[in-house]
Design a protein around this ligand. Structure first.
Ligand code: PAF
Length: 293
């Protein structure tokens, strides 16, 4: 196939649970490892890197595209969330996905649906404080997708640090037979973390949004040079966000990589986490920082 034809190819799509399960079973029968990349579509280079990572490790790769209503609060952007299915299928094919699972809402949440999965504690802090039902929606849909797509490996981005921590805890505690992989955040050359929501940013907001990655760099440099006053650095990260026009910070903190609780004494690794509204768009970012010594 020519390079041109390859670029234009749309990954095949299935919509039913039976069809996606059969595809997984057939791939396993052929002796292939199955990799799974759950997404909500509006795919960008960050998703592409997840699919490519899956393809490096697995002979058969499935990407799901499902804009999950239960992880949006009523005032959030469910209705306007971008849904460019053909472009997404093209990106999936180019990145090496063999199949797209694109279920309808009624397939995931049949009428009368009332079973939810919650990881207590971790779901109520940080993002959970600002989006109280968000992680319940995420863990419910991911748990369901893992039943529908019984893959060997699932791939998530570090960009959603709290999400991947919660999902890995759910997988361990519910004994779900799937191994999770976490892949690095992909950034624009100027540092902005890729997000499907970046398309909402105006020109000025796009410039102000750099305050998130800058506040992480501030923390990284301070800690890498041996700085250990965690409260001071939290204040500086917050101040940098707060003084940037169009940016309204929700939190800027340093946490333990597993418990996500604020760190106050010396540890090996901390995660710097920030969340802010830039105009009407809410953005998050993080950096995992190994402390010297
Ligand atoms: O990270 C996302 O895109 C979503 O939260 C996920 C994991 C696909 C669940 O809907």
């Amino acid at each position: 196939m020519s390079e041109e034809a390859r670029k234009d190819r749309l990954a095949p799509v299935v919509e039913t649970v039976d069809a996606v399960r059969e595809a997984v079973i057939a791939a396993k029968r052929r002796g292939l490892r199955v990799g799974f990349v759950p997404t909500m579509g509006a795919l960008h280079a960050g998703h592409r890197s997840l699919i490519e990572a899956a393809k490096r490790e697995c002979g058969f790769v499935i990407t799901s595209i499902f804009v999950n209503p239960t992880q949006f609060a009523p005032h959030e952007d469910l209705a306007k969330y971008p849904r460019p299915l053909d472009a997404d299928r093209r990106l999936c094919a180019a990145a090496g996905a063999d199949l797209v699972f694109h279920p309808g809402v009624e397939t995931i949440y049949p009428s009368g649906f009332s079973t939810f999965v919650t990881v207590e504690g971790l779901s109520n802090i940080l993002e959970g404080k600002f989006r109280p039902t968000h992680f319940r929606g995420v863990t419910t849909v991911v748990c369901k997708l893992f039943q529908m797509v019984p893959a060997d490996f699932a791939f998530f981005g570090q960009k959603d640090y709290q999400q991947q921590t919660i999902i890995r805890k759910m997988v361990a505690e519910l004994n779900i037979p799937i191994r999770t992989r976490v892949c690095p955040t992909v950034r624009e050359p100027d540092g902005l973390a890729l997000s499907s929501r970046n398309v909402y940013l105006s020109h000025d907001e796009r410039r102000s949004a750099l305050a998130l990655s800058r506040s992480l760099t501030l923390a990284h440099e301070y800690l890498a040079q041996g700085g250990s006053d965690f409260d001071l650095i939290r204040q500086r990260m917050w101040a940098l966000l707060k003084e940037t026009p169009l940016v309204e910070p929700d939190y800027a903190t340093l946490v333990d990589p597993d418990t996500l609780e604020d760190v106050s004494t010396a540890v090996h690794t901390v995660v710097a986490l920030v969340a802010a509204r830039v105009g009407q768009t809410r953005l998050i970012d993080n950096d995992v920082i190994d402390l010297p010594g």
